[in-house]
Design a binder for this molecule. Structure first.
Ligand SMILES: NC(=O)c1ccc[n+]([C@@H]2O[C@H](COP(=O)([O-])OP(=O)(O)OC[C@H]3O[C@@H](n4cnc5c(N)ncnc54)[C@H](OP(=O)(O)O)[C@@H]3O)[C@@H](O)[C@H]2O)c1
Length: 326
């Protein structure tokens, strides 16, 4: 089968399409014929080994896993002997997590992890874009303990995590203010927040409004600049560790001093299959949609990755896989 592989860390050009051995599902695994897979900031982090600490998990000198990609949608091609929830031909979506392997024509995924049947009426392209943003956003909102009626501001509301956070926070009954640039105002408005602020026109830190939670979904703001916009007892949570690990250090400091906290977007327990099923239900109820910016054929993975790395994508970027595995 064809897969996008990389044998060294580096820029997007280290990725290349190659004929590799067809994976064989273990007893508890589903073999998925991938029809679409997202190219995420996580993939970029793995590929570039950025931040450096990543190498302790992905391989010190070279990547242990040659094939990137974790968010996928496709068709079940074969199932292991112990698989009971899925059958050949089922349409599925989900994430293979740290096992990666989705930027390929075929990928093996364990039945008990984050995989579910495709939401009714959803395309493979849209389904492949569900998990990355939504699972990060879910973890973040839980970490911040966002409650019904509380006020949250989502900064970077147009990214993969931001578009998900706006919709999920609204679903959880919060009063949501979304912040993005002019070009994304209309799209972000369509996600249903209570207010949208165009940061090129207005600085939310200067308008006197305060929030229980400020979620910096693109890591472009800072606790220092946001602090006065937090209510007493409020929390700032960012999806980026910041320069020199500023966010973890501030999290440690504010856990002991002051009544406004910096939180790390790490969840315990981590997201599970139950969360993917929850997202599937939300999508089918019309309460959640994945935002897809661009689709590229698998062959154009380098171009797709370069676009993701501009930091300007709106929602998600998806690779489409056509033809059949050999
Ligand atoms: N290393 C990892 O494994 C990993 C994994 C997942 C996420 N993350 C981090 O999580 C963050 C979010 O990821 P993502 O995929 O959701 O982001 P993304 O989709 O790449 O975010 C892109 C959006 O950010 C907005 N943006 C760019 N500059 C901005 C600025 N100065 N102020 C406000 N918004 C700005 C842009 O929209 P506007 O034009 O509207 O501003 C764009 O739509 C990133 O910082 C990423 O590094 C890291």
């Amino acid at each position: 089968m064809r897969a996008v592989v990389h044998d060294s860390y580096g820029p997007p050009d280290v990725l290349r399409l190659e004929e590799v051995e067809r994976p064989v599902p273990k007893d508890d695994e589903v073999l998925v014929k991938v029809r679409a897979a997202a190219v995420t900031r996580t993939d970029c982090g793995y590929r570039a080994a950025h931040p450096f600490i990543m190498r302790f998990f992905t391989g010190l000198r070279r990547p242990k896993r040659r094939i990137l990609g974790s968010e996928f949608a496709g068709e079940v091609e074969a199932v292991g002997a112990a698989v009971s929830d899925f059958a050949v031909g089922d349409h599925v979506f989900g994430t293979s997590g740290f096992r990666l392997g989705a930027h390929a024509e075929l990928a093996c995924v364990r039945e008990r992890v984050r995989i579910a049947h495709l939401p009714a009426g959803m395309s493979f392209e849209a389904a492949a874009a569900v998990c990355e943003g939504a699972l990060y956003a879910l973890t973040t909102l839980r970490r911040a303990d966002l409650r019904e009626g509380q006020r949250i501001l989502v900064y970077g509301a147009s990214g993969a995590i931001g578009t998900a956070a706006v919709q999920l926070a609204k679903y959880f009954g919060a009063d949501v203010t979304a912040v993005c640039s002019t070009r994304n105002v209309e799209m972000v408005q369509s996600l249903g927040p209570d207010a949208v602020i165009d940061y090129t026109q207005e600085d939310f830190t200067k308008n006197g409004e305060t929030y229980h939670v400020i979620h910096d979904a693109v890591g472009k703001h800072s606790f220092r600049r946001c602090r006065r916009s937090l209510k007493p007892g409020g929390a700032y949570v960012a999806n980026d560790l910041g320069f020199l690990w500023q966010v973890p250090l501030l999290a440690l400091l504010t856990s002991r001093i002051g009544d406004k906290k910096v939180l790390l977007p790490l969840g315990r327990p981590p997201t599970t299959k139950k969360d993917v099923l929850f997202l599937k239900d939300l999508i089918e109820a019309g309460k959640y949609r994945a935002v897809v910016d661009r689709c590229y054929p698998l062959e154009h993975v380098v171009e797709a990755t370069r676009y993701v790395e501009t930091g300007q994508k709106t929602g998600n970027v998806v690779l489409t896989v056509s033809g059949g595995p050999r």
